[in-house]
Design a protein around this ligand. Structure first.
Ligand SMILES: [Fe+2]
Length: 299
């Protein structure tokens, strides 16, 4: 059985080809288009995977899409309302994915759609080599989920608890990335790389941003964040909390006290212990020696 997987229309569009559950090929579109983080339909990656597998379109049994456009639409509508009724109509089209795959890739066979976090969990668990494992996904946002807790046993994978948007460690991380003057969904790795050089000077402020609840739940203090309305992902309150305005993009890193490792600062896109508390919550549902984690960033 040949299944071609597609991730598209957000960032780093890509494709992979599975033959009888084995990964045959995988590629990001940016490798072909030379556009960093290319978010378009991955036409060239799609063709590459077919070529690498020695297949024609007719040899595919299904195409799988990495999230559910219909469920995502409900969040986009909610976000539009929260923004004050301004709705970006071209984006509110749950059928655009199906149409694009049909019209531009020529695929009119079965199109399987999976929840965003189920895709993350599957890519972590099914390729882990474990017979069973606890599964933790930590992301920006999928349809509504931002963090999921689950368990894999043999071929079955069950995500039994989730934290929903806007409470998100991934978006928290991106907001701090933006505050430090780096490009969101791109410069997070710089924050991650700089973080070990910082000292916990802003620890008390960081801990005002996130509150843990029972059963793996957590909440962000939303007065510091803006994930729906503004041009940036944080509010003025965040600048006041740290005592500095946001660093200007591409400004010298020394120009910002909270981003300059040499000035005894914090380059902290992390809440100490946040990841450990997620793992502890997962452990509380039943111990399992193996853990599969899927996380784009490092909160
Ligand atoms: Fe994701």
């Amino acid at each position: 059985m040949n299944i071609l997987g597609i991730s598209a229309f957000y960032h780093d569009s890509s494709c992979c080809l599975l033959r009888d559950g084995k990964l045959v090929a995988a590629a990001e579109e940016e490798r072909f288009s030379r556009r960093k983080h290319d978010a378009g339909l991955p036409v060239e990656a799609f063709r590459y995977c077919l070529r690498a597998g020695g297949l024609d379109l007719v040899d595919l049994d299904a195409v799988a899409y990495y999230e559910s456009p219909v469920k995502k639409l409900s969040r986009q509508l909610w976000a539009g309302q929260a923004k004050g009724g301004e709705v970006d109509l071209p984006w509110l089209d749950a059928l655009q994915v199906e149409r694009a795959i049909g019209e531009r890739l020529g695929w009119d066979g079965p199109l399987l759609q999976f929840d965003h976090h189920a895709s993350h969990a599957a890519s972590g668990y099914y390729f882990s080599g474990f017979e069973g494992a606890a599964v933790l996904t930590v992301d920006g946002v999928g349809e509504w989920a931002t963090t999921t807790y689950g368990r894999g046993e043999g071929a079955s994978l069950d995500l039994f608890e989730e934290v929903e948007f806007p409470h998100s460690l991934g978006l928290f991380y991106s907001a701090i990335t933006g505050y430090l003057g780096f490009r969101v969904n791109s410069g997070e790795y710089k924050v991650m790389g700089l973080a070990p050089y910082g000292k916990p000077r802003y620890l008390a402020q960081m801990e005002e941003l996130l509150f843990d609840g029972p059963a793996g739940q957590f909440e962000l203090a939303m007065e510091f964040f803006d994930f729906v309305g503004g041009e940036r992902m944080f509010t003025e309150r965040l600048c006041e909390l740290f005592g500095h305005p946001a660093r200007r993009a591409e400004a010298a890193i020394e120009s910002h006290p909270s981003a300059d490792p040499r000035a005894d600062p914090v380059v902290q896109g992390r809440v100490p212990g946040a990841g450990d508390r997620r793992k502890a919550a997962l452990h509380g549902w039943g111990s399992c020696p193996q853990l599969c984690r899927q996380r784009p960033y490092s909160p």
